[in-house]
Design a protein around this ligand. Structure first.
Ligand SMILES: C[S@@+](CC[C@H](N)C(=O)[O-])C[C@H]1O[C@@H](n2cnc3c(N)ncnc32)[C@H](O)[C@@H]1O
Length: 299
């Protein structure tokens, strides 16, 4: 917004006695530069760690904040938004086995899943703010191998795919309708060469058979429960290549258990550098960093 439109909007709100909205707008405009200043300072500290993965993480945040994506990536973002909108208004009913969180962690019940019928519109999607951050991180990393646990309808997989050059993403999902729709999402966006949707349970592919590939970047976004998340972290650590970045979704404010899980992970001595945001957590492992570093960003 330029100053003129700002003033016109302020006058309109004042004339309609919308003083609350007016104050909120003024407050957020005053707070935003402070927020960006704090983020820039923290990114400089992360970079000073002088490790390749640390620099990649800092640069990933910078690209996302400056919105400096390529024309091709912007076009893909546009198409991801269109696909997401279509799915969010799709009232087709689908029946699937819900393997998601329960209070007990990796139980038999979670393994078998509970049959549930929902409409396609009810499935969750990655918000564009964090999706673009994933694209930016991958663009900086040039990762040969990427792993995602929790595909759902393929939105975050598409954002990850948009950041890959010669690398490949394997994304794992247990729900049959989700797998089918996610494969359509990936095909519609022309990302089949870069993304494989694998049908399976995290417990099987990660803990039992160990059929997931070793990875440079991983995104864990499913089965949001404390004990399960900690077990998946242990297993993911074994599959991580040197300097890998493991991204955890929903570790701030989603649930007490997820906050606690992230607190244990970010302070775990196997994690060389961690970055906590308002929603996700990033953990760098097996890097050149000798003294663990912990950061937090209002992102
Ligand atoms: C939050 S959604 C993923 C959203 C997706 N990453 C996105 O941002 O577009 C979580 C998905 O994980 C799947 N899931 C949960 N627990 C699982 C498990 N133990 N094994 C396999 N899939 C699981 C669910 O079926 C669900 O589709």
């Amino acid at each position: 917004m330029d100053l003129r439109s700002d003033l016109l909007e302020a006058r309109r709100l004042a004339s309609e006695r919308e003083y609350g909205v007016l104050l909120d707008g003024a407050k957020s405009r005053a707070v935003e530069p402070v927020r960006r200043f704090r983020i820039r300072g923290t990114l400089a500290e992360i970079e000073a760690t002088d490790d390749r993965s640390a620099r990649i993480v800092a640069d990933g945040f910078r690209v996302a904040l400056r919105d400096s994506f390529t024309a091709e990536q912007r076009a893909t973002f546009e198409r991801i938004s269109e696909r997401k909108s279509a799915l969010q208004t799709d009232e087709t009913e689908v029946t699937y086995s819900f393997h998601g969180p329960n209070d007990e962690g990796l139980t038999e019940d979670t393994y078998e899943g509970r049959r549930s019928t929902v409409t396609v519109s009810a499935f969750p999607h990655c918000p564009s703010r964090y999706g673009k951050l994933l694209t930016a991180l991958l663009t900086q990393y040039h990762a040969p191998s990427v792993l995602e646990l929790g595909t759902c309808l393929g939105t975050s997989a598409a954002y990850i795919g948009a950041g890959l050059d010669s690398g490949h993403l394997t994304t794992v999902e247990a729900g049959e309708p989700q797998v089918e729709i996610a494969r359509e999402t990936i095909a519609e966006l022309g990302l089949e060469e870069r993304v494989t949707v694998q049908h399976g349970l995290f417990q099987d592919v990660l803990l039992e058979d160990g059929t997931v590939p070793n990875f440079d970047v991983a995104f864990l976004d499913g089965h949001h429960q404390k004990d399960a998340t900690l077990e998946y972290f242990d297993a993911l650590y074994e599959f991580a290549n040197g300097g890998a970045v493991i991204v955890f979704d929903d570790v701030n404010g989603y649930s007490e258990g997820m906050d606690e899980a992230w607190d244990e992970i970010r302070t775990d001595l196997r994690v060389d550098l961690s970055v906590s945001t308002n929603r996700i957590g990033l953990a760098v492992v097996k890097s050149s960093i000798v003294d663990p570093e912990r950061f937090s960003l209002p992102y």
